[in-house]
Design a protein around this ligand. Structure first.
Ligand code: AP5
Length: 217
């Protein structure tokens, strides 16, 4: 099973994907997480991606497709895959189709998470992440037990630089211009596109997400 989680920054794709991946023993492929790891490791890709990410712009398609191709090669054949934050352009969607075709796989479903901009902005302003173990918190909705400290590993939590207000505004613009057209792109294809209202509590969103995934499996 190959599922794409589509939706704007801060809508909760990562939160939902982590939970479903644990339940289904699926591979969670987040291009944002892979890029942040490349930056921490100081790889050539990480260095090339840095300026785009800091500005809230998309990293060029060819870099992303190379990254995804390489990452997929390391995943056991037949493992369920949840793509989070990828594809983000029609060129990436076409590239993904090609890579999956080479592996004898295809996209089975697209889940579109939707929430108003005010919700996204508040969630991103309150997000805190652990760079050590990847845990994600929110000072408004899901605060850590001790301020700025990860409950899971004790690491120091950070507010992502691209969650600063001006960069969030840019990321929302980029989503509308370059990623939202994927809704029409996938709506016309064989794999179903299912909409999930994401401006609700995490458990309620998850219940609908789970049901949507069951429907396309
Ligand atoms: P990326 O890291 O992918 O960012 P994004 O898609 O903008 O998504 P986010 O991680 O901001 O949000 P999310 O939807 O996962 O929300 P989350 O679950 O964390 O990309 C970063 C950058 O990398 C891009 O700008 C670009 O430069 C580059 N990039 C990445 N992929 C690329 C690609 N394919 N092509 C080109 N460039 C690429 O939740 C947000 C907050 O809300 C958290 O605090 C969470 O705890 C909270 N929350 C979640 N759900 C709920 C809920 N239901 N109720 C209350 N709070 C909630």
């Amino acid at each position: 099973m190959v599922i794409i989680l589509l939706g704007p920054p801060g809508v909760g794709k990562g939160t939902q994907a982590v939970r479903l991946a644990e339940e289904l023993y699926a591979a969670h492929v987040s291009t944002g997480d892979l890029l942040r790891a490349a930056r921490r490791e100081g790889t050539e890709l990480g260095q090339k991606a840095q300026a785009y990410m800091d500005a809230g712009d998309l990293v060029p398609d060819e870099l992303i497709l190379g990254l995804v191709r390489e990452h997929l090669a390391g995943i056991e054949p037949g493992t369920a895959v949840l793509f989070d934050g990828f594809p983000r352009t029609t060129a990436q969607a076409d590239g993904l189709g090609g890579v999956l075709g080479e592996l004898g796989r295809r996209v089975d479903g697209v889940i579109l998470f939707e929430a108003p901009d005010e919700t996204l902005v508040k969630r991103l302003s309150g997000r805190r992440s652990c760079p050590d173990c990847g845990a994600v918190y929110n000072v408004y909705y899901n605060p850590p037990g001790a301020e700025d400290t990860c409950d899971r590993c004790g690491g120091s939590l950070v507010h992502r630089a691209d969650d600063a207000p001006d960069t969030v505004t840019r990321r929302l613009e980029v989503y509308r211009d370059q990623t939202a057209p994927l809704v029409a792109h996938y709506d016309g294809q064989a794999a179903p596109l299912v909409r999930v209202r994401a401006d609700r509590a995490v458990d309620d969103v998850y219940a609908d997400f789970r049901e949507a995934v069951e429907g396309v499996r």
